[in-house]
Design a protein around this ligand. Structure first.
Ligand code: NAD
Length: 488
């Protein structure tokens, strides 16, 4: 590890390309290139390429800082988290523009939704941890109390889509619970988390409480998640990477939570507000479909199929592909040429499989855009139905009745989220219960109560985030049992 390198200027914002370890910026002997999806010839930064030594230094810093941070009362930790939340709000524009040019997401969406949510994540967990009420009861002649003990250093690994929001969503409960953190963001969009690191310093977090390690997942990831001093591993990303990390967690017997991919159904019943459903269906192309929660399998009741599809096309026609900084743009480019090629591979294989490309399917020259693509699969077994594409590709299938809708919806190995459009309260309850996903939205999408559990079924994940679920995950729960009348 070397001393800090100069900051790079990204859209007027000074961003460190280095790690943050023990409160100090440190570089690595080698770097990796970070380019902008808005213009692939635009190199944003040469970012520090962490290795096993970097991982060791970061976990050491987190381990050293742990006793002091864990000893702080939850209300003391909450003060830090609230200061950080205020700083995120104060720097919203800078974080938003940096992540927009780094990851590609629409600038307005960044400002209003994702960066703002980062601040809310810290406030929510500051308050939840500080107001935690220990559970007390008596049984078998003893008084029982459930206490939360901070667990130790936590390694948090996050994906390239929505890196700032997703990282804060995981870092906030870890810090609130009294754990120290090593955050490893994805190598395709590493810069906004560097701004988060700056703000933790400005907010006065003691050195080592929050550490940032940059680098390539396969290189710096394994030594981080395999370090036996790490007491929690919290991961968001693909099922493939989760399997690797899960093996390390098993080796060290460390609790591991994984928020993974999705293949959500968007089910439109004949009794639904069809225009609202069609608008929401077309909205699944937002962020070029690089959204784990997206309803990418459109399932429509046969009796309203043609009417729905006509309106659906009209809403798709209204989309504007362009530069994510332009307020007129509604579909951002994709993150990386390799990812574009991966998505093109799905489309080529769909054609070869006999699936019908109803619209789209082509890359826009000299950009990282693929047209909004709609595919009618040859069968429910088609790859494009069964596997997460993570691009602007939706499938369209029809169903006869409620039973078939539920059967199709539950027919993949994923189970992250589902969207249902119906005007029937009874159907909403019935179908909602029958769907095997971590969340079901009825007549809406992406509305979140942060105290609710969040996570996936099947290969969409292990464990639950949100509310007390994440605080319990980051704690060692203990029952204190005292013989009644034996103490005064
Ligand atoms: P990925 O699994 O390729 O990478 C995720 C992170 O893991 C990156 O930081 C990467 O550097 C790191 N990594 C890679 N190999 C590693 C290893 N061997 N050890 C430790 N770390 C390693 O995923 P991605 O392509 O960045 O993200 C897209 C995926 O994330 C999609 O499947 C998407 O659905 C999913 N996702 C899920 C949620 C959710 O909340 N469920 C949210 C966003 C994205």
């Amino acid at each position: 590890m070397n001393s800090a390198t100069p900051r790079v200027i990204v859209e007027g914002v000074a961003v460190s390309p280095d790690h943050l370890i023990g409160g100090a910026r440190v570089s690595s002997a080698t770097t990796f290139e970070d380019r902008s999806p808005l213009d692939w010839s635009w190199k944003l930064a040469d970012v520090a390429r962490g290795d096993a030594g970097t991982a060791d230094a970061a976990v050491t810093a987190a381990d050293d800082a742990f006793p002091g941070w864990a000893d702080l009362a939850p209300s003391g930790r909450a003060e830090h988290l609230h200061r950080l939340a205020d700083l995120i709000d104060a720097h919203n524009d800078e974080i938003a523009i940096v992540e927009t040019v780094d990851m590609g997401m629409l600038l307005e969406s960044m400002r209003q939704r994702l960066v703002a949510r980062g601040a809310i994540n810290f406030r929510t967990y500051a308050d939840l941890a500080a107001t935690y009420e220990e559970r007390h009861w008596t049984s078998k002649g003893t008084t029982n109390t459930v206490q939360r003990m901070p667990a130790g250093p936590a390694v948090i690994v996050t994906p390239w889509n929505a890196p700032f929001m997703l990282s804060t969503w995981k870092v906030a409960p870890a810090l609130a619970a009294g754990n120290t953190v090593v955050l490893k963001p994805a190598e395709w969009s590493p810069l906004s988390c560097s701004l988060l690191a700056d703000l933790t310093v400005e907010a006065g977090f003691p050195p080592g409480v929050f550490n940032l390690v940059q680098g390539i997942g396969e290189e710096v990831g394994p030594p981080l998640v395999g370090d036996p001093r790490v007491k929690r591993i919290s991961f968001t990303g693909s099922p493939e990477t989760a399997r690797h990390i899960g093996r390390s967690a098993a080796e060290n017997i460390v609790p591991f939570t994984a928020e993974l991919g999705g293949k959500g159904p968007l089910i439109v019943f004949a009794d639904a507000d069809l225009d609202a459903a069609a608008r929401k269906a077309a909205g699944q192309y937002d962020d070029s479909g690089q959204v784990c929660l997206a309803g990418t399998r459109i399932l429509v009741q046969s009796s309203v199929h043609d009417e729905f599809v006509k309106t659906f096309h009209q809403h798709i026609d209204a989309h504007v592909l362009g530069d994510s900084r332009d307020p007129a743009t509604t579909i951002a480019p994709m993150i990386h040429p390799d990812h574009v090629a991966r998505v093109e591979g799905f489309i080529e294989r769909a054609l070869a499989n006999g699936d019908t490309i109803v619209r789209g399917g082509h890359r826009i020259d000299d950009t990282l855009h693929i047209e909004p693509t709609l595919i009618e699969p040859a069968s429910n077994d088609s790859e494009v139905v069964q596997h997460e594409v993570f691009g602007p590709v939706l499938t369209l299938q029809r169903f006869a009745d409620e039973d078939e809708a539920v059967e199709l919806a539950n027919s993949t190995a994923y189970g992250l989220s589902a969207i249902v459009y119906t005007s029937s309260q009874e159907r909403a309850q019935r179908v909602g219960r029958a769907l095997r996903t971590g969340i079901v939205w009825v007549n809406t999408f992406l509305v979140r109560d942060l105290t609710a559990p969040f996570g996936g079924v099947g290969i969409s994940g292990i464990g639950r985030e949100g509310g007390d679920y994440a605080l319990d995950f980051h704690s060692d729960l203990k029952t204190l049992q005292i013989l009644e009348g034996s103490t005064s």
